[in-house]
Design a protein around this ligand. Structure first.
Ligand code: SAM
Length: 359
């Protein structure tokens, strides 16, 4: 049941002027702060290019930087929640701005008093009960709009992505959903904003994929291939299980204190790059890449080893795979890393390996 609340109406009218940007999201390993280095290195390495592929795109901030008029952007990830974000920011599908803005406004004005799947599972844990009720209600409502054909697939993705970014701002977590803080301290009501889209956001050439990177790389050809695999054994589908559950909306029974979807239902998102076999997967990827320039991000946060946060691929394994394809140069930048929020890692460096294929 939705009840209108006058205070929230005036609040939402102010919000019409606000918007969320693609980088306004907490995500492990997001490269927002590294974008100037990535852009400088690519501009110096390849003057002319027509296509850019962000193969392990996460938030999509890197692909966004290379989403330019007349250029082709290919963007890929395993997670459903990320794919909605790419449809929001990069899809060429037209959408009705006024319609979406008006739906978001009704969502911001609603006051949901009854419990639902989302509030029963996550209320009082990752979010306040009020925010969880609202999130569950609006997610169900957007599902109905989709089923009845009242929104097209891009409009649905925008509604979903707006909810996902709103929840991130209100989550009682350190930025992922492996755990929530014992004392709930995020009380602000969620507000669903419109996305801030670049004027070139409707680039007709863009392509969005939800594929295993090693399979996809065999089927595409690109001028620039940007590779940013997971670095350690932390699986993204586990860290972002809640957003995946919200995206799939099959409302399954959840498990444990963290209220995760079952391990079986998370298999689609499990990455070889989090396993011991990561070096073989990386080598296979590089040897099958059809690109002029291969750019790889990798952290030196930890030595290669067996611990959970240890790097799965060593520098020498990475360089040796790349050198088989061409001249390889490495670049480094000191970087403030997004960790569990407890402590910043000292002397942390983010590296870029750039391979000039065939040179
Ligand atoms: C380090 S994050 C990428 C961060 C991204 N560059 C950013 O700035 O937000 C790695 C991403 O790779 C995805 N991933 C892991 N294994 C994959 C695979 N085999 N194929 C496609 N995507 C994969 C994960 O879901 C995760 O979003």
């Amino acid at each position: 049941m939705i009840l209108k609340n006058k205070n929230q109406i005036s609040h939402s009218q102010n919000d019409e002027k606000r918007a969320f940007f693609i980088q306004n999201r907490r995500y492990l390993g997001a490269k927002t702060k590294l974008l100037p280095l990535i852009e400088d290195v690519i501009n110096d390495s390849l003057q002319e290019w027509n296509s850019f592929t962000d193969l392990f795109a996460g938030t999509g901030v890197v692909g966004n930087r290379f989403n330019k008029p007349g250029k082709e952007l290919m963007i890929n990830d395993l997670l459903y929640s990320n794919i909605h974000s790419y449809h929001t920011f990069f899809s060429p599908e037209p959408f009705d701005t006024d319609k979406v803005a008006s739906i978001l406004q009704t969502y911001n004005e609603c006051d949901v008093k009854e419990d639902n799947y989302f509030s029963i599972n996550y209320g009082g844990k990752y979010f306040t009960v009020e925010n969880a009720r609202k999130a569950g209600y609006v997610r169900e409502h957007m599902e109905e709009l989709k089923q009845k054909g009242k929104v097209n697939s891009r409009e649905f993705s925008i509604l979903f992505t707006s909810l996902m970014y709103a929840l991130d701002r209100a989550a009682n977590t350190v930025g992922h959903y492996e755990a929530y803080r014992k004392n709930l301290d995020m009380f602000n009501p969620i507000t669903l904003l419109m996305p801030a889209l670049a004027e070139n956001g409707t680039n007709q050439l863009n392509k969005i994929y939800q594929r295993d990177a090693n399979e996809l790389v065999r089927e595409i050809s690109t001028d620039i291939l940007y590779i940013d695999t997971p670095y350690n054994s932390r699986q993204y589908v586990d860290s972002y299980h809640l957003l995946e559950n919200l995206a799939m909306w099959g409302k399954p029974e959840l498990e444990g204190v963290a209220r995760k979807i079952s391990s079986e239902n998370r298999q689609y998102g499990k990455s070889k790059y989090c396993l011991k076999s990561a070096p073989e997967a990386f080598d296979d990827l590089i040897q099958h890449a059809n690109a002029k320039l291969i750019v790889v991000s990798y952290s030196n946060m930890a030595e290669k080893g067996d611990g959970r946060s240890n790097a799965k691929i060593s520098d020498s394994e990475m360089i040796s795979a790349l050198e088989q394809r061409g001249k390889t140069i490495s670049y480094e930048q000191d970087y403030k890393h997004f960790t569990t929020g407890l402590k910043d890692i000292e002397n942390y460096q983010e590296r870029l390996f750039v391979c000039h294929v065939g040179q």
